[in-house]
Design a protein around this ligand. Sequence first.
Ligand code: SAM
Length: 327
Amino acid sequence: MNSNDMIKSLETYFNLMSMNGTAYVFNIANKMKFFKPFVIKEQLTSTEIAKALCLKENPVKLVLETLISIKVLEKNGDLYSLSSVTKYLTGNYENLSSDYWEHLPKLLTEGNPYKKMDQVSDSENEYKVQVKSLEWMMSPSAVITAKMFPISKKNNLSILDVGAGSGVWSFAFLKENETATAALADWPGVLDVAKDSAKKQNLNNRVKYIEGNYHETNFNSDYDLAIIANVTHIESTEGNQSLFKKIKAALRPNGILLIVDVFGNNKKGDVNKCLYQLGLALRTTKGEVYPPATLQEWLTTLGYREFNFHSLDVVPYTMGILSATTP
Ligand SMILES: C[S@@+](CC[C@H](N)C(=O)[O-])C[C@H]1O[C@@H](n2cnc3c(N)ncnc32)[C@H](O)[C@@H]1O
């Protein structure tokens, strides 16, 4: 092995060691309630934390320093405090989805997913929780997207957001264009999350809701722009084709369709993308990220044209957008 190869192998080894160690330390600290004492007092010394948790101070200090190195905690003098990332470590994500990963052996041996989020029977209940997290996860991508397409500037832009969730994608366009309006299609329980968000962002007078199964509800027509974000991977081939057909009927001639999914080709997102696809197998029965070329084939058959693909260079570095125009 030449010295370059040796350095590369050692880098891979230390990356693995560091990812594994980080995951262990974070999960053990979380299970042993390291973050709870900060609920009572924002800044604490290691002695106070060890005492509150009834643990030995020396190893506690080493764990705290490791949590600082991974930016979960901050330190000012002798005082430790929670960093801003902890605001995302709530709900489903409190344990970084460890319960999903623990199900992986069962998926491998028996083939059964942990959740069935793509089943109509489970979808509303699962997504009314999930879309709250998707809102902050997708927000930087949505902001960039709304600035990227010239149509976002159109006067009185009218948007249809299919499987809208929290509304994060169409709301980014509404913020970019004060004359724009949006219609959000999703389950009523999920749209409650979007209603809250619209109110908080002072967008509620420009948003309408189409509540129910998006395969069955009436979208109306005359939209300039349709967005279908993170939906194609939970739909079957037939489900996607019939949604694209329905969207085409809802768009004006020369209307724009944006399909957003985890099909970006940014190298920085390689690991996130693999973990995402594995996560999809853990939480759906048939979830699948279709390549843009496959989606384009289906869209071409339906008469869509002028296809463009963009990969987003923003965290999580996995998102891609396929745009198409209606005849
Ligand atoms: C992965 S989430 C994406 C949400 C949002 N577009 C985003 O990117 O943050 C998929 C959304 O599709 C909705 N959905 C799935 N199947 C549906 C159906 N049959 N009818 C209505 N909404 C559905 C879910 O409730 C969920 O809000």
